[in-house]
Design a protein around this ligand. Sequence first.
Ligand SMILES: CC(C)(COP(=O)(O)OP(=O)(O)OC[C@H]1O[C@@H](n2cnc3c(N)ncnc32)[C@H](O)[C@@H]1OP(=O)(O)O)[C@@H](O)C(=O)NCCC(=O)NCCS
Length: 165
Amino acid sequence: MMNIRDAVETDLSAILAITNHAILVTTAMWSVTPVDLEGRTEWWRQLVSRNFPVLVAEINGEVIGFGSYGSFRPFEGYAHTVEHRVYVAPSVHRRGAGAVLLRALIDRAIAAGIHVMIGAIDAENEASLALHRRFGFVETGRMPEVGRKFDRWLDLVLMQKILGR
Ligand SMILES: CC(C)(COP(=O)(O)OP(=O)(O)OC[C@H]1O[C@@H](n2cnc3c(N)ncnc32)[C@H](O)[C@@H]1OP(=O)(O)O)[C@@H](O)C(=O)NCCC(=O)NCCS
């Protein structure tokens, strides 16, 4: 039974484990240095204090994924655009959590009057590209070799969805 809710401070160790797996093992996130609980707590506090959502997905009470959005760029003109991210623990990939989290983020963004959502996605991340396409996101940017991890260049794909007029 999957449940989506706002993250609370006690969820941050589960969020930390999912984040650090993505950092250490994948190119889904382009950081290379693991984060610690203090860092994740500060990240959560910053987002929540600015009324941005941090959501968790849980199955049988266990946090198995999270999603959030925040500023796209820190200038007033971008106030109606957000960049989001969704991460699901590998052991439960392809069981619908990513879709439920992204749907919930879109609903929150619409309710908050956000105009555009942007996902910044590694061009090789077919799972994320397919997930976003399924929700009506379209590719609006492709930036060759702007990232580097695991000794190779990475291309960035920007996918966006206009939520309202
Ligand atoms: C991308 C990610 C969030 C998808 O989460 P998930 O819970 O596995 O995805 P879901 O089961 O909800 O799948 C929803 C849809 O996404 C697409 N999708 C998901 N995984 C896919 C894969 N491996 N290959 C192709 N399409 C995939 C499909 O369209 C799928 O619908 P379907 O199962 O009915 O065909 C997950 O793979 C993940 O956490 N990856 C690592 C972190 C990451 O890449 N985050 C995105 C950065 S923005």
